[in-house]
Design a protein around this ligand. Structure first.
Ligand code: URA
Length: 422
């Protein structure tokens, strides 16, 4: 077998055989197929697609490239959630302890932000002392003792995806449904969760811009999970408007703690509870009431124990940015649009995200929103506050915000998009 014949097959719109797929994933993981050859193959897949059999085999080969975790020693059923990524998407932070408080175990392997979408690990690392990197043994121990763990995937889990994802990220080949579905599901299946809820984001701030593409991605991933014995369901949720009132690392931790304390923005609470219900249902946990577990403090108790078990101090003050810039409403009326992509890019440019993998992120940077679509605003009131430690970034962030919101005249009819679309 050789890389050139595999690339030619897909370039010429052929179907890759099982043998070709197994060989190319294994040879790439071992370094026998070069990055430039895999980049050419990824681009051919992006342009010409893969059928369900090819996607299933590609996913299985990525799982087989590394180890598989085993949670069968736990006394509770396991449930995990994966979001395809969005702006202000801090849901994992309140959701994992909430589902644990309701009786399931939540092994949540999470990622870092890249581009305009935030990453759960970057957010949690703004808590003083908190560690994302755990050994498999430590992960199992935190999960067993607190009911939830949020950490980085170890190097042994789907190593083919680690190499492939980094390559796709720099070769314009992220946005291919077969590659996204296999990337996400290889990690989730190798992780060993018994059930999985997928939060597939749709809208300007998401990878999937249309509901049709989101449906195809969701059904591909549900099929892969089901074929591997993981009870998998998907919700399609809105990402045309940022979730909640903050986009940034420490800013989003603060908002998540508000949700765990029984408050927080309505859309974040609604999505957290909707996903918790799906996870508990998929895990077979009956008679749990996530809304009650938020209100009575039991989810907060798990959060505090989970953060402390990973070295974090849940009582430590969160970092704040050194500089702020307030954007005021230019007119009075009704805020009719607040674009997730523009806000996400602004947060990223302020230092909440990174342009290259090795860049550090600023814990306090990001965007605070003082109004959401449907709210009445008054000329001169604060609409957005930009946070950063490096004020030279304000100008570049302001360019991203420009054109990202609309204010209609007072009395303008406004109907909000539902948080859960399907
Ligand atoms: N998240 C992943 O893990 N992989 C992708 O390809 C896209 C988003």
């Amino acid at each position: 077998m050789d890389a050139i014949s595999v690339i030619r097959t897909k370039r010429d719109r052929g179907e890759l055989s099982d043998e070709q797929i197994d060989w190319v994933i294994d040879a790439y993981t071992r370094g026998e197929v070069a990055d430039y050859q895999m980049a050419a193959l990824n681009m051919a897949i992006l342009l010409n697609g893969m059928n369900r059999r090819e996607i299933a085999r590609w996913t299985a080969a990525m799982i087989a490239s590394g180890e598989r975790m085993d949670f069968s020693s736990l006394s509770r059923p396991t449930a995990d959630k994966h979001s395809t990524g969005g702006v202000g998407d801090k849901i994992t932070l309140p959701l994992a302890p909430l589902v644990a408080a309701c009786g399931a175990a939540v092994p949540q392997l999470s990622g870092r932000g890249l581009g305009h979408t935030g990453g759960t690990l970057d957010k949690l690392e703004s808590i003083p002392g908190w560690r994302a990197l755990l050994s498999n043994e430590e992960m199992l121990n935190v999960l067993d003792t607190t009911g939830a763990v949020i950490c980085a995937a170890g190097d042994g889990l789907a190593p083919a995806d680690k190499k492939l994802y980094a390559l796709r990220d720099v070769t314009g080949t992220v946005e291919a449904i077969p590659l996204i579905a296999s990337s996400i599901m290889s990690k989730k299946i190798a992780e060993g969760t018994g059930s999985l809820v997928l939060d597939v984001k749709v809208g300007t701030g998401a990878f999937m811009k249309t509901i049709e593409d989101a449906r195809e991605l969701a059904s591909t991933m549900v099929g892969l999970g089901t074929d591997h014995g993981v009870k998998t369901v998907a919700l399609l949720t809105d990402m045309s408007t940022p979730l909640g009132l903050t986009a940034g690392n420490a800013l989003e931790v603060r908002e998540s703690v508000e949700v765990l304390a029984g408050g927080g923005p309505a859309d974040v609470v609604e999505l957290t509870i909707a996903l918790a219900r799906e996870m508990l249902d998929a895990a077979g946990v009956k008679d749990a009431d996530p809304a009650k577990a938020l209100a009575d403090g039991s989810a907060m108790d798990v959060w505090r124990r989970m953060i402390a078990a990973q070295g974090g101090d849940p009582d430590a003050p969160l970092p704040t940015s050194r500089e702020q810039h307030v954007i005021k409403a230019p007119s009075s009326g009704v805020l009719t649009r607040l674009d997730a992509y523009g806000i996400g890019v602004a947060a990223w440019r302020l230092g909440a995200g990174r342009a290259r993998k090795e860049d550090p992120v600023q814990a306090g940077a990001g965007v605070e929103m003082h109004a959401k679509p449907g709210d009445t605003v008054t000329e001169g009131q604060a609409l957005l506050t930009l946070h950063t430690d490096t004020p030279e970034r304000f100008e570049y962030a302001l360019q991203a915000v420009e054109g990202s919101y609309d204010i209609g005249a007072a009395g303008t009819e406004f109907s909000a998009s539902p948080v859960v679309l399907e």
